[in-house]
Design a protein. Structure first.
Length: 399
């Protein structure tokens, strides 16, 4: 995996942030039978790395993952979860949350325990509260085998964190659009050169790379090798020799089957120059079309005002990437009217409000891994959908 973790790990890891869900009344809940089925199918077909976190699916992901790994399945995988560092007030909280997570996962140890979502501010918290020493105690007690961190910030902060300690693992956002953002390719290579196992999240940028614009599809159709958009994105990440494992947030059985097939064809340094050039062209087109870099991770949810933040960001990105803006806007307006326009009209889950309900409390901004100024973007969406402005005016075309 990495020189500090001597494991044989599968190319594909199962990310448990986007498990299958179903509506129960107005609430979206994990579809437990389907989740257990697809996790076990992945393991039965070679996946030996399962990643979850305290906050995924409102705290329910770890519970369902624990159920899926009962019997022989726990012994077949490297199980990873993350410390909810935003909840940690003292070093003693580290053991408290770890034991709570072990109970939910129905296991006596974690194969890797990660500080969740380190950035400049949270790294300062790690240092000031002595949290590395706190996790070392868990390691000595046998509750944790290895530890590291997941990351959302820039290269300078990433390098500072890597240089601070002999980390065993790091989890970074990386895909063919994020080569120069977040940890960057330079950061990936730097961490790998120091023996840190590099785990990749968001290889599809929240599903965005699975849904190409017509212009992107045209480039793929002309490529020397025929692949699905998902396979192109995954192969790009696997192609990098510094990558230890790639996490995919699979939410359907077909996705698991397709990703397993992609993994069976993966390898580092296997893409040709022509294939890399295809991805470079696609990246340039995508970057011009994406106006809000949302990955639909839903860390911003629930919104105190009930705004359906990720869904409306997705709608706007689709509008911005459409060739026929007039037709796309007409469809978007029809869909937008299905959202609640007043607080009284919100559903029981309070997650279906229009962008105009935003109160600018900025709680979402503190949670957003991408650093998006969410209230400002919601204000733009409102202006566009109320006919006060256009996409072109709010988001001038990138050259």
């Amino acid at each position: 995996m990495g020189s500090r973790i001597d494991w044989e790990v599968s190319a594909l890891g199962f990310g448990c942030m986007r498990l299958p869900t179903k509506k129960v009344l107005f609430l979206k809940k994990i579809d437990e039978p389907e989740t257990i089925k697809i996790i076990r199918h992945a393991i039965d077909n070679g996946v030996n790395y399962v990643d979850t976190a305290y906050g995924y699916h409102g705290g329910k992901s770890e519970i369902v993952v624990g159920k899926a790994l009962q019997g022989e399945y726990r012994e077949k995988v490297h199980l990873v979860t993350k410390l909810p560092i935003w909840k940690v007030k003292t070093a003693d909280d580290v053991e408290k949350y770890c034991r709570e997570q072990l109970a939910k996962l129905q296991t006596d140890h974690l194969d890797i325990y990660l500080f969740h979502g380190l950035n400049k501010a949270r790294f300062k918290q790690v240092k000031e509260l002595g949290l590395i020493d706190a996790i070392k105690k868990l390691k000595s007690a046998g509750l944790v085998q290895h530890f590291g961190f997941s990351f959302h910030d820039n290269f300078q902060v990433f390098k500072e964190i890597i240089d601070y300690h002999d980390w065993e693992a790091c989890q970074i956002q990386y895909n063919y659009l994020d080569q120069d953002t977040q940890a960057t390719t330079q950061g990936l290579e730097y961490a790998a050169s120091k023996g840190v196992a590099v785990i990749i999240m968001e290889p599809l940028k929240g599903g965005r790379l699975a849904n190409p614009t017509p212009e992107v599809k045209e480039i793929f159709d002309k490529a020397p090798v025929k692949r699905t958009p998902v396979d192109w994105a995954l192969q790009f990440v696997w192609n990098h020799p510094g990558v230890s494992v790639v996490l995919s947030g699979m939410s359907a059985f077909d996705q698991v089957k397709q990703n397993l097939e992609s993994a069976s064809n993966s390898g580092s340094n296997t893409l040709s120059d022509d294939e890399l050039d295809t991805l470079k062209q696609v990246s340039e087109v995508f970057k011009k079309a994406i106006v809000i870099p949302c990955t639909a991770c839903e860390y911003c949810m629930p919104c105190p005002s009930g705004v359906a933040i990720p869904r409306q960001f997705s709608m706007l990105n689709n509008l911005a990437g459409a060739k026929d803006k007039k037709k796309a806007l007409k469809t978007l307006l029809k869909d937008y009217k299905k959202f609640a326009a007043t607080k009284d009209a919100l559903n029981d889950a309070k997650d279906n409000g229009m962008a105009s309900l935003c109160s600018k409390c900025k709680q979402c901004m503190e949670k957003c891994p991408q650093g998006i100024d969410i209230p400002a973007e919601l204000e733009k969406i409102t202006a566009i959908l109320e006919g006060k402005s256009s996409v072109e005016e709010m988001y001038p075309k990138k050259e």
